[in-house]
Design a protein around this ligand. Structure first.
Ligand code: GMT
Length: 373
């Protein structure tokens, strides 16, 4: 098939899922067209069957803000016409499904629209009235809608009071790339022998509850030698830095900022902290599990569909840092328990969230919207 993909090109789970999906589809022989504002960060080097189309955003003094969404819609229509696209896969209703709807009004081709909900368009943006109706339009006009967890499907249906069919296609991971062996060569630069490595990787937004990460780590390091590795960037990153300094904990912390290649960093850790307030899936938890790294997280959104409580990690109510710290220590100080969790985590990732199975699920949806078997 000829598939157009639109996503946010910046670091983040949705961009990762969209880009890895596009690359995998290209490997399977589909023609994949990324329609984006910038080259997606995980795209890497040239790949056969992959084409990139960047928006040319119109600016004019009378336009108070650049007309990004209209430019993207026009680009989608142009690519659909020129390359005879079968499907536009919009990763986020806002703005991509809406742009795809507009593109469909402009193109002469019968192109189908598949929209994947990744979370914040429903859990944050659609909570206010100003964008809710636009997001609803994007969903209703899509030929198929998928969401990355059952929890997100439930929230979407409740919020929009819709009975539209929404397929659950979980996030996925390449378990050959994210594997326990991937971190061996950098472990020594993160910790001394005998020290445990605790990782948090995110876009450092309020929903990630960075203060909880710090509070959990402060309790861990009081009891056992440990290092905290912080990967990512975002509004709360510098505040976290200052707070760790004020607590005199900064010499136990590696502030690594934005990183392109993360499999080795994840695999070099012993534990992942994900105490989010909202999390539609939690791709980083899956990437950690694939590397055999247990997860300490919150019972929020789709996290319980990824992390099996008491088997591949421990989950507690949002904000319960005492319990999260106790559970962390339970794993870090008991080698045989840790080994059992680590093996179960890897096994769950391999069994339930393999990239090729999920790519197959998306392909089946593309065929379905065309009435093909
Ligand atoms: O908040 C993030 O971590 C980034 C965000 C994004 O847009 O990339 O991630 C969302 O999509 C991911 C891929 O489907 C999910 O794994 C994340 O859970 C989801 N984030 C939230 O729901 C907060």
């Amino acid at each position: 098939m000829r598939i157009g993909i639109s996503c946010y090109p910046t670091v983040g789970g949705s961009g990762t899922v969209a880009t890895e999906l596009g690359k995998a589809l290209a490997q399977r022989g589909h023609e994949v067209h990324f329609m984006v504002t910038d080259v997606p960060f995980r795209l890497g080097t040239f790949m056969e069957n992959v084409y990139i189309h960047e928006t040319d955003v119109a600016t004019y003094p009378v336009l108070r803000t650049p007309s990004y969404d209209f430019s993207l819609a026009a680009l989608m229509a142009k690519v659909a016409d020129e390359y005879n696209l079968d499907v536009i896969h919009a990763h986020y209703a806002m703005p991509f499904a809406v742009c795809a709807y507009l593109a469909r009004q402009m193109t002469t081709k019968d192109v189908k629209v598949v929209t994947t909900l990744h979370g914040t368009d429903v859990t944050v943006l659609a909570q206010g009235e100003s964008l809710k109706q636009v997001i609803r339009l994007g969903l209703e006009k899509s030929d198929a809608v998928t969401a990355v967890s059952r929890s997100l499907i439930e929230q979407t249906k409740k919020l929009f009071e819709t009975d539209k069919n929404i397929d659950c296609v979980y996030n996925f991971v390449d378990t050959d790339v994210f594997c326990p062996e991937a971190g061996a060569h950098i472990r020594r630069s993160l910790a001394q022998p005998g020290e445990r490595v605790v990782l948090h990787m995110s876009n450092f937004r309020a929903v990630k509850r960075i203060d909880d990460v710090i509070d959990i780590f402060a309790r861990i390091v009081k009891e056992t030698p440990a290092r905290l590795v912080l990967v990512g960037e975002g509004p709360d990153y510098n505040r976290a830095r200052h707070r760790l300094q004020a607590l005199d904990l900064n010499h136990f912390v590696h502030f690594l900022g934005k990183q392109e290649e993360v499999a080795s960093l994840v695999a070099a850790a012993d534990l992942l902290l994900l105490p989010s307030e909202k999390e539609s899936f939690g791709l980083v938890a899956l990437e950690a599990m694939a590397c055999g790294i247990p997860v300490i997280g919150s019972v929020a959104g789709g996290i319980p569909e990824v992390v099996e409580h008491g088997v591949t990690g421990f989950l507690s109510p949002v904000g319960d840092v005492e319990q999260m710290a106790r559970d962390s220590l339970l794993l870090l100080r008991d080698e045989s328990r840790y080994k059992a969790f680590s093996e179960s985590a890897r096994c769950r990732a391999v069994t339930h969230f393999q990239i090729w199975n999920k790519v197959g699920e998306y392909e089946a949806i593309y065929r379905r919207v065309w009435g093909l078997k």
